[in-house]
Design a protein around this ligand. Structure first.
Ligand code: CUA
Length: 174
């Protein structure tokens, strides 16, 4: 995705550059012949400008409509299946044995016992799917709907001392 964005950016930059070069080269004629040429193309150019203007407005409306379609997002505070209290401790996760089934909406209430930790939830495929800070004195809520069964991992995402790398826990989703 990032490579695509980069390639597109470079291509569009080249198009802009080429347009500049074209305009600079095409204006390098005498001002009199320029005025005559301008008069000849003016009506066509104005028409083209109006068409492009209207087209851009329609494209804008279309893109806005398509990208805003998923709104409003479902309210996750309703229908939460269960709450799980999580506490980050140097250097482990204090986590109750929770029974989670596919489709469950789980609300993690995350806090820290000593220093700041990072609660990172990884899917069975090893992808980070949700994260929140685990801070002493605060309870951060993180809601996640488990749609894929398997073993999820919880890893610490903030360096919290010598045993930081040992802070992992597992969550089984049936
Ligand atoms: Cu806890 Cu890093």
């Amino acid at each position: 995705m990032q490579m695509l964005a980069l390639s597109l950016t470079i291509i569009l930059m080249l198009v802009v550059l080429a347009s500049f070069v074209f305009v600079i080269r095409s204006t390098a004629t005498s001002s009199q012949s320029q005025a005559v040429a301008l008069e000849a193309i003016a009506p066509t150019a104005y028409r083209a400008r109006a068409v492009i203007f209207i087209a851009v407005i329609f494209i804008g409306i279309f893109v806005a409509y398509k990208t805003l379609m998923p709104w409003p997002h479902p309210n996750h505070s309703q229908g939460t299946t269960q709450s799980v209290d999580v506490k980050g401790v140097q250097w482990s996760w204090d986590l109750p044995k929770a029974k989670i089934k596919v489709g469950d909406d789980v609300e993690f209430r995350v806090t820290g016992a000593d220093v700041n930790h990072g609660f990172g939830l990884y899917s069975p495929a090893g992808q980070l799917v949700a994260q929140v800070q685990a801070m002493p004195g605060f309870e951060n809520k993180l809601r996640y709907r488990f749609l894929v069964p398997g073993k999820y991992k919880i890893l610490c995402m903030e360096y919290c001392g010598l045993g930081h790398h040992r802070m992992d826990a597992e969550l089984e989703v049936e």
